[in-house]
Design a protein around this ligand. Structure first.
Ligand SMILES: N[C@@H](CCC(=O)N[C@@H](CS)C(=O)NCC(=O)O)C(=O)O
Length: 228
């Protein structure tokens, strides 16, 4: 039986993008069920916990099994579909650490540069805390490429071939692109590689086709109304 993935608006939902990309890039069949943020339907189906144990998206439904939270979904899929994590144990430990760090950190980047796929909103001088998050992520990607990606002949992604780690950082790739973040040559090349991925292209096209606008997620609202 194919999986069902419950997701939010493609333009805004960074956590939805991650498992969607894991499934889509690997060619694993799944049905996508979209729930629109800030609607009575989302409140009734998702926030109420009727369809989602934690009242959020993404949720992976596999028959009677519900897996919530993107990291748990990644591990559930990896157990069933070999090759989603890097094959080499050392590379895999690094990739898992990177994903766990992404999952638990970078609050400033998430807060001040929310994913908004269809927008272009260059920020010339990011706040200090955002700059630190950006620096850390660039260092992490550079290390992954140098140690595990570039040294193998397997491909242009963080650990060579496309893995869960690339899906996990895909929302940051969009942020670096849409907010015009200054990148080192290695990071810029990785961003271009990711943006050209057919699954990323499909997500971009779908985001642009969405008409729903969530005002409080838009950069103008954020930068004109939010205080530190
Ligand atoms: N830690 C969770 C985060 C899930 C999350 O925050 N999802 C957001 C959308 S990107 C959501 O459902 N927001 C709606 C709400 O909180 O009401 C994961 O990794 O899946």
């Amino acid at each position: 039986m194919a999986y069902t993935l419950l997701i939010g608006n493609k333009n805004y939902s960074s956590w939805s993008l991650r498992p969607w990309l894991m499934l889509h890039a690997a060619g694993i069949p799944f049905r996508e069920e979209q729930h629109w943020f800030d609607t009575p339907e989302f409140a009734a189906e998702i926030s109420s916990r009727k369809r989602s144990p934690n009242g959020r998206v993404p949720v992976l439904v596999d028959g009677d099994v519900k897996v919530w939270d993107s990291l748990a979904i990644a591990e559930y899929l990896a157990e069933r579909h070999p090759g989603l994590w890097p094959v080499d144990a050392v590379a895999r430990a690094h990739a898992r650490s990177a994903c766990a760090e992404m999952h638990s950190s970078f609050g400033a980047l998430r807060n001040w540069m929310p994913m908004n796929v269809r927008r272009s909103y260059p920020i010339a001088a990011p706040r200090e805390d955002v700059r630190k998050d950006i620096e850390r992520i660039q260092a992490l990607w550079t290390e992954a490429r140098a140690k595990f990606g570039a040294s193998s002949s397997s491909g242009p992604y963080l650990y060579g071939t496309f893995s869960i780690a690339d899906a996990y950082f895909a929302p940051v790739v969009f942020r670096f692109s849409t907010y015009g973040v200054k990148c080192s040559p290695v990071v810029a090349a990785y961003v271009q590689t990711m943006l050209a991925h057919p699954s990323m292209q499909q997500w971009i096209a779908a985001s642009k086709a969405e008409s729903a606008v969530v005002q409080h997620e838009e950069p103008e609202f954020l930068y004109e109304n939010k205080t530190a």
